[in-house]
Ligand binder design. Structure first.
Ligand code: OMP
Length: 209
């Protein structure tokens, strides 16, 4: 695990973004932990969060991309802060865009906002569990005539997808693109194993994993 990944887990715990307990997921699964990226909810947190996404991208060996895409709603600020961090801290100035959930029929119209959605697209989102959300995003990109290049998320929950593979392995297989995460559940488990206060949650998380 890289130092920035340990820092990210500490940051998510401090902000209550990563919590242990009993949670029902979108997929209906019952999970002993939850990652609520919406609680990175002030300027300082968003600024740090953007740098973590940017670091994950820089550590990946992803070839150049043409545009960053943030899927509505939660992906929008994530894509925006990553674009800012890449420009400010890594000298990579990339265009970015996002979608609306409902088409607008006045003003500029349409469902896409920001830079043109074209070329190789880096999708930025919060979490992949069963992979439903990310498959919807692929449709938007394909309808626009663009090409997905990679998906970047904060946490890979390493859960089963529609078959025997993990949801992320299925996305990688079905769309032929890498999924980059700041951290995975295995890394979260490694982190809590060494923490006197958090160790108590390890058995439930291990069983779920
Ligand atoms: P899937 O569509 O099943 O991959 O679930 C991903 C979505 O679930 C995310 O975009 C979140 O909206 C939500 N989610 C979290 O935010 N954090 C979690 O720890 C788990 C989920 C979830 O419901 O699975």
């Amino acid at each position: 695990m890289h130092e920035y990944q340990r820092e990210f887990i500490r940051f998510a715990l401090d902000r209550n973004v990563l919590r242990f307990g009993e949670f029902t997921l979108k997929s209906g699964r019952k999970s002993p932990y939850f990652f609520n990226a919406g609680l990175f909810n002030d300027g300082g947190s968003l600024s740090r969060l953007g740098r973590f996404y940017a670091q994950a991208l820089v550590h990946s060996d992803l070839p150049e991309v043409d545009v960053i895409f943030g899927p509505a709603y939660k992906g929008i600020p994530l894509a925006a802060v990553t674009a800012v961090a890449l420009a400010d801290s890594f000298d990579r100035d990339l265009p970015y865009c996002f979608n609306r959930k409902e088409a607008k029929d006045h003003g500029e119209g349409g469902t896409l906002v920001g830079a043109p959605l074209e070329g190789r697209v880096l999708i930025i989102d919060d979490v992949i569990t069963a992979g439903t959300a990310v498959r919807e995003v692929m449709q938007i990109i394909q309808q626009a005539g663009a090409t997905p290049a990679a998906v970047m998320i904060a946490l890979d929950r390493q859960e089963r997808g529609q078959g025997e593979l993990s949801a992320i392995q299925e996305v990688e297989r079905d769309f032929g693109i890498p999924v980059i995460s700041i951290v995975s559940l295995n890394q979260v488990m490694d982190f809590i194993k060494d923490d006197a206060e958090l160790q108590q949650h390890l058995p439930a998380v291990q069983a779920y994993r």
